[in-house]
Design a binder for this molecule. Structure first.
Ligand code: IMP
Ligand code: MG
Length: 197
């Protein structure tokens, strides 16, 4: 379904916000093409091995569901929820695992799938947490890589698009829990972001 069709069901306020405060970063077609390309690369890299794919909620839900359908390998899936409002004295720094994986991963190939890597703190903390459980490997795939904002020493093994600046919404990504369901990726205008709160 294209954005035009999807937009016929949008409320007037959401239609207004999309028109006034957002610009399209990548269309649904561009996203689908990129996801297929990532699926092919991942399928080749693991050479028929089973992959345990962990989606990071909520932002990674849409990318995860599209990506797993383009991966031609035996896969098992799970989801986790991370939060960055934790205790800085905890082993994961500011990052807390609100809901962890539900299965053992010892000896398994693990692929973490998330919407975006920004500073990198949350995915580095989560990757370290998984490495303690003895997996065969842990790799990371994010739809967007904000490489210039990186603070932690980590980068995604696979990424869809790289951007330098701007706040991204749509295709799973939110601003104050809004806009996750939009089928395209948008940049939300900085000034309007303040007005929208
Ligand atoms: P990091 O630990 O700074 O890499 O945090 C990454 C998390 O922050 C992502 O999983 C998103 O939930 C959120 N985030 C960072 N940048 C954006 C953005 O541009 N739009 C929406 N969420 C973002
Ligand atoms: Mg997230």
């Amino acid at each position: 379904m294209g954005i035009e069709q999807a937009n016929t069901t949008l409320t007037p306020l959401l239609r207004y916000v999309i028109d006034q405060a957002m610009r399209v970063l990548h269309t649904a077609d561009e996203i689908a093409e990129k996801v297929a390309e990532l699926g092919d690369r991942i399928s080749l890299a693991y050479q028929s091995s089973e992959v345990f794919i962990i989606g990071v909620l909520k932002g990674g839900f849409m990318f995860m569901s599209d990506l797993v359908r383009r991966i031609n390998l035996p896969v098992k899936i799970d989801f986790v929820r991370l939060s960055s409002y934790g205790n800085a004295d905890s082993p994961m720094g500011d990052v807390t695992i609100v809901d962890d994986i539900h299965e053992a991963i010892a000896g398994k190939h693990v692929l973490i799938v998330d919407d975006i890597m920004d500073t990198g703190h949350s995915l580095l903390a989560f990757k370290k947490h998984l490495l303690k459980k003895g997996p065969a490997s842990v790799k990371l795939c994010t739809m967007i890589d904000k490489a210039e904002r990186r603070e932690a020493s980590i980068s995604p093994d696979y990424y869809g698009f790289r951007i330098n600046e701007g706040f991204v919404v749509g295709y799973g990504l939110d601003f104050a829990e809004n806009y996750r369901a939009l089928p395209q990726l948008y940049i939300l205008d900085a000034e309007d972001r303040r007005n929208l709160l």
